[in-house]
Design a protein around this ligand. Structure first.
Ligand code: BTN
Length: 264
């Protein structure tokens, strides 16, 4: 049995987490990102957190579905209102990746980051992050950080195509974990990383991201829609784009896509 996630267990664990100043729990939502986006549009403050036990239209990057069964995983979206330009907003997706990897390392040592912000354990996906924003007239209004953590998912219960690429904290560590506890560890880590970002800018977070990936300096392939790029991963640019040093000597900045290490 996986420990159940309730409004009471969440508010108990999240008490004192500054970035979780208003926590809304739902048994079921289409997508926590959609709910958080609507709330933010209506003026919800920074630190509004939306959590659901189950999503019926969970969304991932690149218009993919995020499989969101009840009783197993954590589906959480956080409203942020940083004082930055809209062009800087993609940096927050890197910041969130760093915070998630640092938090999950404490529960599952050895996790790595795959650009832009997937947290992997043993090469399989443990956590995915979908950052969305609203800007108007050159000003950033808000950013929604949507985070999905596979906490107690059992691969044997998944369709084969998911079982092949996904893992969970339970699969990696052997025991069921409290999702409220994982939410608390995650939001505390996000709070610390976000404060550093607001105080010191992107550079220290970019350095921490690079420490936790095994892609830096290696040959990688990025599939970006119909385009496929290959090269050596040179790092991240000021917006969090992946810098690809191509054979021609050209350095390409890739803003979105699926990256993987080229083996052999
Ligand atoms: C990805 O790796 O493709 C990103 C997955 C993000 C999933 C989370 S679950 C909570 C939030 N609500 C959503 O619909 N998506 C994000």
């Amino acid at each position: 049995m996986s420990p159940s996630l309730t409004a009471a267990s969440l508010s108990e664990r999240l008490a004192g987490v500054g970035l979780a100043r208003r926590v809304l729990f739902y048994a079921e939502l289409g997508s926590t990102n959609d709910e958080a986006f609507d709330l933010a549009r209506q003026g919800a403050p920074e630190g509004t957190v939306v959590v659901a036990d189950r999503q019926t239209r969970g969304r991932g990057r690149m218009q993919r579905a995020w499989v969101s069964p009840p009783g197993r995983n954590l589906y959480l979206s956080l409203v942020l209102r940083p004082d930055i330009a809209p062009e800087q907003a993609p940096q927050l997706s890197i910041v969130a990746g760093v915070a998630a990897a640092e938090a999950l390392w404490g529960l599952c040592p050895g996790v790595t980051l795959k650009w832009p912000n997937d947290v992997l354990a043993g090469g399989r996906k443990l956590c995915g992050i979908l950052a969305e924003m609203k800007a108007a007239a050159g000003r950033l209004d808000f950013v929604i950080l949507g985070i999905g953590v596979n906490v107690n998912l059992l691969r044997e219960e998944c369709p084969p195509e998911i079982a092949e690429v996904a893992t969970s904290l339970r699969e990696e560590t052997g025991g069921p974990l409290s999702r409220a506890e994982v939410a608390a560890v995650l939001l505390r880590s996000l709070e610390a990383a976000y404060r550093t970002y607001c105080r010191e800018g992107f550079a220290p977070l970019r350095a921490r991201w690079l420490e936790r990936t095994d892609m830096a300096g290696k040959p990688v392939r990025v599939v970006a829609g119909p385009d496929v790029y290959e090269g050596r991963m040179g790092g991240l640019d000021d917006a969090g784009a992946l810098l690809l040093e191509e054979k021609t000597g050209n350095v390409r900045a890739v803003m979105a896509g699926d990256a993987s290490l080229v083996k052999g």
